[in-house]
Design a protein around this ligand. Structure first.
Ligand code: ADP
Ligand code: MG
Length: 694
C-alpha cells in the first residue's frame, strides 16, 4: 500500500483551489490528473519580470512590472476598436490596450482611481507607452503574488499558462517533508539538495541557465527517478529469477520436421541463439531473454523453433506482434512450418470477434491449439491457455512492461518469455527497458544477401526518382515508397500518401498500390498480398510497413521527407529491402535546406549499415522516445530524467540499485523504508509488491 506520507501528492488536481472540472481536464492533458503529475511537470521556460522601471524610463519591447494609478476607461466606439484604460505613475502615462474585452471584468480588476501593479510587455506606439493585455494585474496588497520570475510550462492551446503555473504552485505546497532515500554522503559528494528543495528550485528558474538538465537540482531529481526505475527492474527481475520455473525440454521430433521443411539451413548465429534459448527453457528457473538482431537477421524462425520446443514439452506457445499486419505475416510465414511439424496454430487479433473468436478461445483453453499468434488482443482477460509455456513478444518496445507481465500471468504455471527486437538498443537504454535480461544476439545476415546501396537526394530530384522507378518496374522490380505519417489534425504541408499514390499512378500506371494506417484492415491485407504476389509492383505506404514486412522480391525503397524520420526508423525501413538475392537500393529523399545536424544524420545512414552505430547516433540526437518509438506508450517517458543528458546517472543508478538490494533485499532498513516511498512516488507499485515483508 502507498505510504500515507504520499497521500496528498496522489490527490486529484481537483483538490487544488480554483481547479474545477474544466481545468482539471485541460491539466490532465498536459501533465496528469494527480498533484504528483504537476510537480513532475518541469518548466520549459522562464519569463523575467524583475525589470521594474519608472514609466518615464521604461524601455519599449521589454517585459516590465510597474506600479500605476488607474485614471479612466475608454470603451471602444465600435467592436473593431480596442478597449483602453489610461494609467500613470506620475512620471509618465501608460495606456492598457484590450481587444475583445469585457467591460464589467475590466471595471472590476482596474477600478478607476485604484492603484495596481501590472506586468507585461511595454510598447511604444505613436510616442505613447502602451501595454497590450497585461499578463498580471494585482492590487498592492497582493504584491507578493507577482511572479517576478515566472516559470513557463508546456501547454495545450486552451489551458492558460497562468492557471497551470498556479496549479503547480499549489501542488508544490503540498509536497511533504520526505525521508531522505539517497545516501547522505553521496548527496554531499555530488552537491545535490534534498528532494523537496530540488523540486522547488526546479520550478523556480530565474534565467534560461536554470532550466538546464545539468543543474544540481535537476540532476538530483533525474537520479531519483532513475533509481526508482532501476530498483523496480531489479526487484521484478529477482522475483522472476526466484519464482520457481519449469523445465521445458523437448525431444526434438517437431523441430526436426520443421527444419526439414525450411527452404534454407540455419546460420551459425541462429543455431547459437536457439541453443541459448533452449538451455534457458530447459533450466528450472524462468527465462527472460532478449533476442536482438538487426532487421532481416532471421529472428522469426528462431522464435518458431523455440515455440516448437515448448510444444514438444507438452505446453503451448504464444507469439505476440505489435501490429495486425505483422501478426498476420508471422502467421503466414509460420503456418507452413507448423503444418510440416503437425502442430496446430491459430491467429487472434482485434478482428476476430464473436463466433470466430469463440472458435479460437475454446480449443485454446482445451489445448487443441498449440501455438497462438496475435496482437495485443492476446492480453484480453478472456484469453485463457490450457498451459502457456513460452511467450514470444516481437518488437517488445512497442508494448509496455506492464503488458509483458500480463502475458506472463497467463501461464498456469510459470511462463518463459522471449522478447525479440530489431531495434539495436544501445546499452544505456537496454537497461531501462529490459533491466538486465539475458541477451542473445544475431550477428550477420542470412547468406546470399547483398549490401543495400543508400543514396541521398534532394526533393527537387523527385522526377529522377520516378524515372528510375519506371525503368526498374519495366524490368520487373518491386518497390516501396514511404511517406511520413500524417495526422489528420496536422495541417502540415506534407505529401500525403493518398495524393502521392494518385500522382504515381498517373506517372507509372496501374501497378501502384497504397497502404496506410487509417485503411480498413481487409483492404490493407489485400494490397499487401497483391504486392507480395507481384500484382502490384509499387507500394506507397505510411510507416505501417516499418516493422517486419517481408517481401524478398522488393529491391527498392524510396523514403520521402527522410529528414522527418528517426535514424533507427529509417534503418528499419531500409531493412525492408535487401532481403532476397537481387541488388537493392534505398533512396532517401529529403526536403532542403537541411541544417548541419540533419545532414550529418542522413550521412550516417548512408555511410553505415551497422544498426548499433545508427542507434547510438539517434539516441544522441533525438533522445530515447524517438529511438524506440515509445512516445505514445509512455513506457520510456521519464518525466525528470533525460537520457540524452543523464546517461551517466543511469549507469550509477543501476549499480546503486543492485548494491542496495544486495544489502537490504526487503528494504527493511530506515533507508529501505525511505526507498519504498521513492518507489511509490514514481508509481512503481508493481515492484514493491515483490517485497515479501511489504
Ligand atoms: P527479422 O530478424 O527481421 O525478423 P525474419 O525472421 O523476418 O528477419 O527473416 C528475414 C528473411 O530471411 C525471411 O524471409 C526468412 O525466411 C529468411 N531467413 C531466415 N533465416 C534464414 C537463413 N538461415 N537462410 C536464408 N534465409 C533465411
Ligand atoms: Mg521480424
Amino acid at each position: 500500500m502507498r505510504p500515507a506520507i504520499l497521500f496528498p501528492l496522489f490527490a486529484s488536481t481537483r483538490s487544488l483551489p480554483g481547479i474545477g472540472p474544466r481545468l482539471e481536464k485541460l491539466i490532465a492533458q498536459v501533465a496528469g490528473s494527480r498533484l504528483v503529475d504537476l510537480i513532475f511537470d518541469l518548466p520549459t521556460g522562464v519569463v523575467d519580470r524583475s525589470y521594474r522601471p519608472k514609466l518615464i524610463a521604461a524601455e519599449a519591447g521589454r517585459i516590465a512590472t510597474v506600479t500605476v494609478n488607474v485614471l479612466d476607461h475608454l470603451p471602444p466606439r465600435d467592436r473593431r476598436q480596442p478597449y483602453r484604460v489610461r494609467c500613470t505613475d506620475a512620471t509618465a502615462a501608460l495606456e492598457l490596450v484590450f481587444f475583445h474585452a469585457r467591460a464589467d471584468y475590466l471595471n472590476q480588476v482596474l477600478p478607476v482611481g485604484s492603484k495596481r501593479i501590472l506586468s507585461g510587455r511595454i510598447e511604444r506606439f505613436n510616442n505613447r507607452l502602451q501595454m497590450p493585455h497585461p499578463d498580471h494585474i494585482l492590487p498592492p496588497e497582493q504584491e507578493a503574488e507577482m511572479p517576478l520570475y515566472e516559470p513557463v510550462y508546456a501547454l495545450t492551446e486552451k489551458l492558460p499558462g497562468k492557471s497551470l503555473a498556479k496549479a503547480v504552485r499549489g501542488a508544490l505546497q503540498q509536497v511533504p517533508a520526505m525521508p531522505e532515500w539517497q545516501e547522505p554522503s553521496f548527496l554531499k559528494a555530488k552537491g545535490w539538495p534534498a528532494f523537496g528543495e530540488a523540486l522547488r528550485k526546479a520550478h523556480a528558474p530565474q534565467h534560461e541557465a536554470d532550466l538546464s538538465p545539468e543543474t544540481a537540482y535537476r540532476r538530483r531529481l533525474a537520479y531519483d527517478e532513475l533509481l526508482a526505475n532501476q530498483l523496480a527492474l531489479v526487484l521484478i527481475r529477482t522475483h522472476m529469477r526466484t519464482a520457481k520455473g519449469r523445465m521445458l525440454k523437448g525431444n526434438g521430433h517437431l523441430k526436426e520436421k520443421a527444419l526439414a521443411a525450411l527452404p534454407f539451413t540455419l546460420t551459425d548465429a541462429q543455431k547459437g541463439a536457439l541453443a541459448e534459448i533452449e538451455a534457458d527453457m530447459a533450466s528450472p528457473s524462468r527465462m527472460l531473454r532478449l533476442l536482438q538482431g538487426d532487421v532481416g537477421t532471421g529472428k522469426t524462425v528462431v522464435a518458431m523453433l523455440a515455440l516448437l520446443t515448448a510444444v514438444e514439452a507438452g505446453a503451448q506457445g504464444a507469439m505476440m506482434a505489435p501490429t495486425e499486419i505483422l501478426a498476420r505475416q508471422h502467421m503466414a510465414a509460420l503456418e507452413p512450418i507448423a503444418g510440416a511439424a503437425g502442430v496446430r496454430m491459430a491467429l487472434l487479433t482485434g478482428r476476430e470477434r464473436g463466433a470466430s473468436r469463440e472458435a479460437i478461445l475454446q480449443p485454446l483453453a482445451s489445448g487443441e491449439i498449440d501455438i497462438l499468434v496475435g496482437t495485443h488482443a492476446l492480453f484480453s482477460e478472456d484469453v485463457a491457455f490450457r498451459d502457456l509455456g513460452l511467450a514470444v513478444v516481437d518488437e517488445q518496445h512497442r508494448f509496455g512492461v506492464h503488458q509483458r507481465m500480463t502475458l506472463q500471468g497467463k501461464g498456469e504455471q510459470v511462463t518463459d518469455v522471449l522478447v525479440m527486437t530489431a531495434t539495436p538498443i544501445p546499452r544505456t537504454l537496454a537497461l531501462t527497458v529490459y533491466g538486465d535480461m539475458d541477451v542473445s544476439r544475431l550477428h550477420g545476415r542470412p547468406p546470399g544477401r547483398q549490401p543495400i546501396e543508400t543514396r541521398l537526394l534532394a526533393a527537387e530530384r523527385l522526377g529522377e526518382v520516378v524515372e528510375h522507378l519506371r525503368q526498374a518496374m519495366a524490368r520487373g522490380a518491386r518497390a516501396y515508397w514511404v511517406c511520413p505519417l500524417v495526422e489528420e489534425s496536422e495541417k502540415v504541408d506534407l505529401a500525403t500518401a493518398e495524393e502521392r499514390a494518385e500522382e504515381l499512378r498517373k506517372a507509372l500506371g496501374s501497378k501502384v498500390g497504397l497502404v496506410h494506417g487509417q485503411m480498413k484492415a481487409a483492404e490493407r491485407d489485400a494490397a499487401m498480398a497483391a504486392f507480395k504476389e507481384g500484382a502490384l509492383s509499387l507500394l506507397v505506404a505510411t510507416t505501417v510497413i516499418e516493422v517486419g514486412v517481408d517481401v524478398p522480391e522488393a529491391t527498392i525503397m524510396v523514403v520521402e521527407h527522410a529528414e522527418r524520420f528517426g535514424l533507427a526508423q529509417l534503418h528499419q525501413l531500409r531493412g525492408r529491402v535487401g532481403r532476397g538475392r537481387g541488388k537493392s537500393s534505398c533512396l532517401l529523399v529529403y526536403q532542403g535546406p537541411l541544417g548541419e545536424t540533419a545532414k550529418a544524420r542522413l550521412r550516417t545512414l548512408r555511410d553505415t549499415d551497422d544498426g548499433f552505430i545508427i542507434a547510438e547516433e539517434d539516441l544522441r540526437l533525438r533522445g530515447p522516445g524517438e529511438l524506440l518509438g515509445t512516445r505514445q506508450s509512455g513506457q520510456l517517458e521519464f518525466r525528470l530524467a533525460d537520457l540524452s543528458v543523464h546517461a551517466d546517472l543511469l549507469a550509477a543508478a543501476r549499480d546503486d540499485a543492485k548494491l542496495i538490494l544486495s544489502r537490504d533485499p526487503e528494504l527493511n532498513s530506515d533507508r529501505g523504508e525511505a526507498l519504498r516511498v521513492l518507489l511509490y512516488l514514481f508509481g512503481r507499485d508493481e515492484a514493491v509488491r515483490y517485497l515479501r515483508a511489504g
